[in-house]
Design a protein around this ligand. Structure first.
Ligand code: MEV
Length: 439
């Protein structure tokens, strides 16, 4: 029987490994060897990774790939992508090449506002708290002046602080709804530090005010935290070309192809079951860049999906139109990204990814990331409305299956050739490999 452990975090790394291997795995020696094999041979690099999180016992590798040939606002990028799914990097590269000869991608940042809130309960007169807030607002800013000084030097800071009455949604619920500009930082630390200061100031000023005359607690501050919903931190990326230029696939006429893409987008707008998968394809591109550049993919995911449902129905993040013979395909997406702070100057591969991207500002990274999402969606929808995705996907998947069964290089060559003419499925590959080995 396994018993709960006290003080796991205080054990050394070797002790942690021993404990997990002995208590939760069948082969202690194998587990230990496996975990140690994934350590970095450079002790300094390993220590860096150990300290990113708590209770680290090893590293978990994900492939770091490159999708080249992305022409974005007339500059040529090779986009680093970190993702475990086969076909994604190939699809991005294919879409990049397709649009390279059709004017490339155009991207622009529409706005960059970040949000944070102090949530509190107030059991009193709404007009009184409103006039109290008018006095409070300049004091909130003054008290945070030391915290915002450096950010202001970089052109950022607090944009506004509003009192919002949310008592219709929840009895006694109010908030300080605060907006920020954080320039090249994602800004989570800056925003949360400001909010916690706002909350202290609110408490102090309320306690000293005439509103605090009753015997009971009339103001209760619940929490202060940034919001990952950033509907005013939007980047737009688009591609367009005359319909007749959609002529790469000889099996489908350009007009038919354009209409099919349009229909696919319309379906994703009308049908949430499809929209979720459609947007998942977009996130294949977005998350891969977000991960490669050391940004917070959970924050991005949460914010993007909330935005996809902003009109009350979960819907497509991409849009398409055909007007006056021009096919246009675009995305508008909220992306709160940073190129300074966080992992950006710590993780050696994040630093490299940012270097490959020519050391972008946060706004440039927003554009590149949105383009990766748009490209991914174009590639997926293109396959879906023409050949279907399985053909390309299973070919890429073939390699994973062959690796899983430890196929030798010559077996791989033989089977890749064989599956040029046969349909790839897990069982077909296993069978073909068995037959090859039997020979
Ligand atoms: C698979 O990872 C992504 C797709 O399902 C996206 C889509 O259906 O649009 C191919």
């Amino acid at each position: 029987m396994i018993t709960p452990i006290q003080g796991f975090s205080k054990l050394t790394k070797d002790q942690k490994i021993k404990w997990i291997a002995e208590n939760y795995t069948s082969n202690t020696a194998h587990t230990t060897t496996l975990l140690e094999r994934y350590w970095n041979t450079d002790a300094k690099v390993q220590k860096l990774h150990d300290e990113f999180i708590e209770n680290t016992i090893t590293n978990y590798y994900l492939p770091f790939g490159i999708a080249p040939n992305f022409l974005i606002n007339d500059s040529l990028y090779a986009i680093p992508m970190v993702i475990e799914e086969s076909s994604v990097v190939a699809a991005a590269s294919k879409a990049a090449k397709f649009w390279l000869t059709r004017g490339g991608f155009k991207a622009q940042v529409l706005n960059t506002e970040k949000v944070g809130q102090v949530h509190f309960m107030y059991d009193g007169d709404a007009d009184q708290i409103t006039s109290f807030f008018k006095q409070l607002k300049p004091i909130l800013k003054m008290d945070a002046a030391l915290l915002t000084k450096n950010m202001e030097k970089r052109g950022g800071g607090i944009l506004d602080i509003e009192l919002r009455n949310k008592t219709k949604e929840l009895k006694n619920y109010y908030q300080l709804h605060c907006t920020f500009e954080t320039q090249d930082a994602m800004g989570a630390n800056f925003i949360n530090t400001c909010l916690e200061q706002f909350s202290k100031t609110l408490r102090r000023e309320f306690d000293d005010s005439a509103l605090n005359t009753q015997n009971k607690e009339t103001l209760d501050i619940v929490m202060s935290i940034l919001s990952n919903y950033v509907p005013n931190c939007i980047v737009k990326a688009e591609v367009s070309c005359p319909i007749e230029d959609l002529n790469e696939d000889k099996n489908i006429a350009p007009e038919v192809f354009a209409k099919k893409i349009l229909r696919a987008v319309e379906i994703a707008k009308a049908e949430p079951f499809r929209a979720v998968t459609h947007n998942k394809g977009i996130m294949n591109g977005i998350d891969a860049v977000v991960l490669a550049t050391g940004n917070d993919f959970r924050a991005v995911e949460a914010g993007v999906h909330a935005y996809a449902a902003k009109n009350g129905n979960y819907s497509s993040l991409t849009h398409a139109s055909i007007e006056n013979g021009i096919f246009k395909f675009w995305i508008e997406v909220p992306l709160a990204l940073g190129t300074v702070g966080g992992l950006t100057s710590l993780h050696p591969l994040v630093k490299l990814a940012l270097e490959i991207l020519q050391k972008p500002s946060a706004q440039e990274l927003m554009k590149i990331t949105a383009v990766a999402g748009l490209a991914q969606n174009f590639a997926a929808v293109r396959s879906l409305v023409t050949t279907g995705i399985q053909e390309g996907h299973m070919k890429m998947h073939l390699m994973n299956i062959l690796n899983q069964f430890e196929a030798t290089e010559s077996e791989k060559i033989a089977l890749i050739d064989y599956f040029k003419k046969h349909t790839v499925s897990h069982s077909a590959v296993v069978e073909a490999l068995a037959q090859l080995r039997h020979k």
